[in-house]
Design a protein. Structure first.
Length: 471
């Protein structure tokens, strides 16, 4: 039986088909394993691959269903968690030679929720070393390539997750986002990627649990699939002080929210950032589409002058906390960009940290004030097109030199500094056929509202461009 058509269906459609017994969990899992076997050697998105275990689990789920039992909304769907998060029985390498051979004894919070909802683990998704940087490569598994052009980056740090979903190896995936690690690969892969409000997808990871910078979230091919995964992973967690105690089922009842009558703030470059000319043109076209849909589009020049200080300070402190000791113990096994971040943090004064903390508060309040007058902010998502895989990172944009290895993704990291939720949505393609996404930002905790606007946007874009197949 040819099962290849199953890898082109949405996660929501697959889950419904399994629920109705139109297709078995084993058939759905086998279809995706066949897709992995066919193309993963080229894309390199799935690592620590466990096909036999996945088939055994799918059969167990089919047996449960035959007895009238279902584990939940992901029952029978194949899944691979980003290789920064633990899955019991699978390696967690963090893309680092330091952790090769480290096997997780228990599930992380997010993995446990996915397993409990019926997800079938087929392996992990590739990530840059310790998730550092928005280009997915490491010395353990190698480079993840963009399914739209194998010579180009899939983005990062959730690049393996995005490439797997884009190419049909997975129906959806999880990711994490500090400076754009969900939004960046979503844009590069023609996907939907949500950076939720901090605490929406709670975690019990070690480190500063009070820091809203690094969050977990979903990547999918549709807004509905994004919401489906959010309904599973967004439950509160008692060990997470920022945890949001709202019923995750709120993501299962989305209704398209019209742009007609909405007020959309528009920032063409988020405080003067350089953009690839095609990205700039696409963002301008997106603003015109929002107006065509009936929105009042209002150009804004919101003050983001302190955003880089906020992001760069707390990013470096996070890496010092998480990886400072092992980087000192294994300096030859840690890449230079991580060592740079740790070194920057080591040089901070109390005054620097205090200034950054105050600036973060000011940014938050400035954006909340903005959202008293507008419903959304529209901005570029990624400043560049997917770049050659041989590059470690872009060193210039439109003739402007980048001062740090992550400076090319400040269109994402400046939004991170505000603590607002942000949604990357597909929009167009470059002249070379490479995806270009746009970014919508909403008020604090307005994750559902963002997705409802996303439903309307998705329908409008489907009418104005063909979704080009990858690979």
């Amino acid at each position: 039986m040819n099962l290849s058509h199953l890898t082109r269906r949405s996660a929501s459609a697959l889950a419904e088909a399994i629920r109705r017994r139109e297709v078995s969990s084993e058939e759905v899992v086998r279809a995706h394993l066949e897709r992995i076997d066919a193309i993963n050697t080229s894309v390199n998105a799935i690592v620590s691959y466990r096909p036999e275990e996945a088939i055994d689990r799918a059969r167990e789920l089919d047996a449960l269903q035959a007895r009238g039992l279902s584990l939940g909304p992901l029952h029978g769907l194949p899944f691979a968690v980003k290789d920064l998060m633990d899955v019991a029985g699978l390696p967690t390498t963090h893309g680092s030679r330091i952790h090769v051979g480290t096997v997780a004894a228990a599930d992380s919070v997010i993995s446990g929720r996915i397993r409990g909802a019926g997800g079938v683990f087929v392996g992990k998704t590739n990530t840059p070393e310790f998730g550092v940087g928005s280009h997915t490569f490491n010395d353990v598994f190698g480079i993840t390539r963009n399914p739209y052009d194998l010579s180009r980056s899939a983005g990062g740090s959730s690049g393996g997750a995005a490439a797997a979903v884009t190419s049909g190896m997975l129906p959806m995936a999880d990711g994490s986002d500090l400076g754009g690690s969900i939004r960046n690969p979503a844009s590069f892969g023609n996907l939907v990627g949500l950076r939720p409000t901090a605490g929406r997808v709670a975690s019990a990871r070690p480190g500063n649990a009070w820091d809203p910078g690094s969050v977990l979230g979903p990547l999918a091919r549709t807004v509905r699939d994004t919401a489906l995964l959010m309904s599973v992973i967004s439950a509160p967690e008692r060990r997470a002080p920022l945890s949001i105690d709202e019923d995750p089922a709120l993501f299962l009842s989305l209704q398209p929210r019209p742009f007609a009558g909405a007020r959309v703030a528009y920032s063409p470059d988020l405080g003067g950032l350089p953009l690839d000319p095609q990205v700039r043109a696409a963002t301008e076209a997106a603003a015109r589409l929002a107006a065509d849909l009936g929105a009042e589009v209002i150009p804004v020049d919101i003050d983001l002058s302190e955003a880089d200080l906020v992001f760069e300070t707390f990013r470096s402190l996070e890496f010092l906390d998480a990886h400072g000791e092992e980087a000192a113990e294994h300096p030859d096994l840690v890449k230079q960009t991580l060592k740079d971040d740790i070194a920057w943090a080591g040089g901070f004064t109390a005054e620097t940290i205090t200034r950054a903390a105050g600036a973060r508060t000011r940014l938050f309040r400035r954006f909340q004030a903005l959202f008293e007058d507008v419903d959304l902010l529209l901005a570029p998502c990624v400043q560049v097109l997917p770049f050659p895989v041989e590059w470690e990172y872009p060193t210039e944009i439109d003739g402007v030199a980048m001062d740090r290895y992550y400076a090319w993704q400040r269109s994402c990291s400046r939004i991170t500094a505000t603590a607002m939720p942000a949604l990357s949505l597909p929009f167009s393609f470059s002249t070379e056929g490479l995806p270009i996404g746009v970014q919508f930002v909403g008020p604090y905790r307005a994750d559902r509202t963002l997705l409802e606007f996303g439903l309307t946007w998705e329908g409008a874009v489907a009418d104005t461009m063909a979704r080009r197949p990858a690979l």
